[in-house]
Design a protein around this ligand. Structure first.
Ligand code: MRU
Length: 353
């Protein structure tokens, strides 16, 4: 991968007494500022407020948050350490419900601690920090591989629509959907990206457009409701998005509006791809109807950026995610290759389950 001229989304800096440093994504594109988090509540607040967001990045944040939660537990008090671990895990797990990476990372951290249960507390703490760093590094590597596995889908002189931000900012590095674009760009291919603005919090225009333009990729922003018209005009040949949770039958939760994009893409005969690492698959949930969907404050719609744009007294219905049925998905790009067609048997075979 080339140097994308992008900051590291999230990193643990220093030893066990160090801190988590993350890009405060609520300030972009106006300001690029790192936020230092030194305790669980700071990390939880960063996840809830979308300072750090995107399924894989939330997973990394949760893993590092768990270390922040246990590191001050007394080394001589084993019961106290385990109680703190459980408490921290529950606190972080409740931050956001839809992206499965959050619980996936917490479960992986806890499983490691359990395996080391007979070791001194100080040793378990250090192992947890090493594991959190490993989760970050593995995520970057998975994203790099997703880019390689799916770059061929981004063809010369085509238009590519994406929704929300599934880029470097949403992961440890490179992104998922955007990794395909970075890899195609690196190979010298020319194409134009159309970034859905992504109401209400504008991850598409604030974040996707920011990181792609910084990396030298041709990107144009559109209002979400313009996507159908651009397809009708023949400007879009491929759609690629990320995912927050892909369940056993291939149904996929992603940012609200993704489902609408998939429906209009199908109506225009345009392939709709999802890109995600294996940590975003939830094999224990059978179908999309069972995915917990986060609902967010109506104020994000009513007055998202400071000015009232709907009457204060009118209720707002604000699901943060929707589910695209597997039948509308042309393929899922993972770090191990492309799942195509998308269906329960094929997914099971692909992962050797
Ligand atoms: O609410 P957000 O900004 O966390 O939503 C993010 C998305 O929907 C992304 O598309 C998804 O997490 C994939 S990120 C690689």
């Amino acid at each position: 991968m080339p140097d994308l001229r992008l900051p590291k989304t999230i990193a643990w800096v220093g030893g066990l007494d160090g801190q988590v440093e993350l890009v405060d994504q609520t300030l972009l594109p106006g300001e690029l500022k790192m936020l230092a988090c030194r305790d669980v509540e700071a990390i939880r607040e960063a996840i809830v407020s979308l300072r750090v967001r995107g399924a894989p990045a939330i997973g990394v944040a949760a893993a590092m948050g768990l270390v922040l939660g246990v590191r001050d537990a007394a080394d001589a008090d084993s019961d106290g350490f385990w109680a703190r671990l459980r408490e921290t895990r529950e606190r972080l797990a409740s931050a956001r419900p839809t992206a499965v990476n959050l619980c996936w990372a917490l479960e992986r951290m806890e499983a490691l601690a359990q395996r080391l249960a007979d070791r001194p507390v100080a040793e378990i703490k250090q192992a947890l920090l090493d594991e959190a760093r490993r989760i970050r590094d593995e995520d970057a590597e998975m994203c790099r591989k997703i880019g390689q596995a799916g770059q061929h889908l981004i063809r010369e002189n085509t238009g590519v629509l994406t929704h929300c931000n599934a880029g470097s900012l949403a992961t440890a590095e490179y992104g998922t959907a955007l990794a395909l674009l970075y890899a195609a760009h690196e190979r010298g291919r020319r194409f134009r990206v159309y970034a859905d603005e992504t109401r209400p919090l504008l991850q598409g225009s604030r974040l996707t457009a920011w990181e792609l333009s910084r990396a030298g990729i041709d990107v144009t922003v559109l209002c979400d409701n313009a996507a159908g018209e651009l397809m009708r005009e023949g400007r879009i040949q491929t759609v690629v998005t990320g995912a927050d949770r892909i369940v056993a039958n291939g149904d996929t939760a992603n940012k609200i509006g993704t489902y609408s994009v998939a429906v209009i893409a199908r109506a225009h005969g345009i392939p709709f791809y999802v890109a995600a690492p294996s940590s975003t698959f939830d094999f224990s949930t059978s179908d999309g109807a069972k995915i917990p969907i986060e609902h967010r404050s109506g104020d994000e719609v009513r007055a998202g950026f400071g000015r009232l744009t709907a009457p204060a007294e009118v209720p707002v219905y604000s699901p943060a995610f929707d589910v695209t049925p597997a039948s509308l998905i042309s393929g899922i790009v993972t770090e191990r290759g492309v799942i195509d067609p998308v269906g329960p048997e094929n997914i099971r075979d692909f992962f050797g389950l």
